[in-house]
Design a protein around this ligand. Structure first.
Ligand code: SAM
Length: 468
């Protein structure tokens, strides 16, 4: 059971008449006396690590703030401190918080590995004039007020955010105020200025570029950019087999697959452009692990002069693509080589494929990707890194987490999505790896030009070239 214990130690509150209180399981509240000046926002730290920056709201009986602390670290107690621009306003020692998940993993260990706020934007609805986009975005530094979206000038929209999100709160158990993650974005197409682009926006918040110093400046926000398909007819064509959709994305419907596929296409296109791969006659692109063409279809539709190919180990989905999409589709074996010719592709992308492979299979496919790339070609290959580990942390026991952080790689978990569909039911895994591991091990096979954290959803992107 979680209980409040302890109170402020004498002399801890500096000058400000701030009263802190705590209600189990996680609720921290601070009250300033009426009529006394108070900061607009305060920083909340647990055991010295600032977790949240929350707004102070003025009311008739004085100003106050609330903050749902995540379950916190330390074996028996945590020190909570409230600060204003580094100045201590108050402190409180809380014991017996639900500080760990069921596997004994503490929240601060997860937060240390991934302190970027994750988001998911699966829903889109259009009624002829108003486009509604909804999803969830973890409050940056625990504060929904810090989040905004940016559109082209002239776009008319409203952004309701900081809405209750019990599911996100459960999943992102380590994040402060994760239960205030939901948003609804309402875009008034008819009311927007002609010529502006209401189909793209990006999330913005202070500190968004923290830790991205090695990433080229134009690519730093690539993962925060959402692109909406303006041609809603794109949604109509998907496999109707019960599992053909869901074994590509664990949770699916036509609309979300269209939306995420299109947004991913735009991100890959921007990355390719940055590295010199643009549409044109004779340009060859390979979607490695194409599934049912969630992303491939947009290359086929938009890069009309290029030759677009898809390859997958899932013969049923490859057959569906061959019948329903223009483009060349090939079933490939679980381990290379493939029949595809040497040095034939300007660009290869692989979304959420390495995330399912063992160490041995990753190594073999990196060699194959190097063989298939033209000398100046570029490969964009995602892997499940820190954000993916944080996303699944609710299920991870503490020993697993420690081992993973130390070793940097885990491919032990079986993923049943392709059971019965490929020759070896032991092949498909849920693989999670750190950036450090990825650079060190993948560099034995290819040049790792860079890594872009959170480039595609919760996955990181490795930018690869043939070794020179
Ligand atoms: C999570 S799905 C992603 C599909 C697609 N890239 C997308 O983003 O929609 C992973 C896909 O990779 C395929 N796959 C797994 N291992 C592969 C391999 N070694 N070579 C080619 N495809 C593979 C699976 O069959 C599956 O279609």
């Amino acid at each position: 059971m979680a209980h409040l214990s302890a109170a402020q130690a004498p002399g801890e509150t500096v000058a400000n008449p701030l009263t802190l209180s705590f209600s189990p399981p996680c609720g921290l509240r601070g009250d300033f006396l009426p009529g006394v000046p108070h900061p607009e926002r305060v920083a909340v730290a647990c055991d010295g690590q600032v977790l949240a920056t929350v707004a102070v709201h003025a009311g008739a009986s004085g100003a106050s703030f609330t903050c749902d602390l995540p379950p916190v670290a330390a074996p028996t107690q945590v020190r909570v401190e409230v600060r204003d621009a580094g100045r201590m306003l108050g402190g409180l020692t809380v014991t017996n918080l639900p500080k760990r998940n069921l596997g004994g993993l503490d929240a601060l260990s997860v937060h240390k590995v991934c302190d970027r706020p994750l988001f998911s934007v699966p829903w889109m609805q259009f009624d002829g004039a108003i486009l509604t986009v909804s999803g969830a975005h973890l409050p940056p530094a625990g504060n929904p007020d810090l989040l905004s979206v940016q559109f082209d000038e002239g776009v008319r929209y409203t952004f309701d955010h900081g809405l209750r999100s019990p599911e996100f709160a459960n999943h992102f158990w380590y994040w402060p105020n994760a239960d205030l993650s939901n948003f609804v974005l309402t875009i008034d197409l008819a009311g927007s200025r002609p010529g502006c682009d209401p189909f793209r926006f990006e999330f913005r918040y202070p500190g968004e570029e923290k830790g991205l110093g090695d990433v080229p400046a134009p690519l730093r926000r690539i993962g925060q950019r959402i692109s909406i398909p303006s041609d809603l007819a794109l949604t109509v064509c998907f496999p109707r087999d019960a599992t053909q959709l869901t074994r590509v994305q664990t949770w699916s419907n036509d609309q979300s697959v269209t939306f995420t596929g299109y947004s991913t296409f735009r991100a890959i296109e921007a990355l390719f452009a940055h590295y010199g791969v643009t549409p044109g006659p004779g340009v060859e692109i390979l979607d490695w692990g194409c599934g049912h063409g969630r992303v491939t279809r947009h290359f086929i539709g938009q890069w009309r002069e290029a030759r677009i190919s898809g390859a997958d180990i899932d013969a049923e989905n490859v057959a569906w693509c061959s019948e329903n999409l223009r483009g060349r589709f090939t079933t490939v074996p679980l381990f290379p080589p493939t029949d595809l010719p040497d040095a034939s592709f300007d660009g290869i992308f692989g979304i959420s494929v390495m995330t399912h492979l063992t160490e041995e299979a990753q190594a073999a496919w990196l060699d194959e990707i190097a063989r298939l790339l033209k000398p100046d070609g570029i490969a964009l290959i995602t892997f499940a890194g820190a954000a993916a580990a944080a996303f699944s942390s609710v299920f991870r026991p503490d020993p697993w987490w420690r081992d993973w952080v130390a070793r940097g790689f885990d491919d032990a978990q079986h993923d049943p999505a392709l059971d019965g569909k490929i020759g070896d039911d032991d092949y498909y895994r849920t693989t999670v790896q750190t950036t450090q591991y990825t650079i060190e091990h993948w560099s034995k096979h290819v040049d790792v030009v860079g890594v872009i954290p959170h480039a595609i959803g919760y996955q990181d992107m490795a930018v690869l070239r043939r070794r020179r």
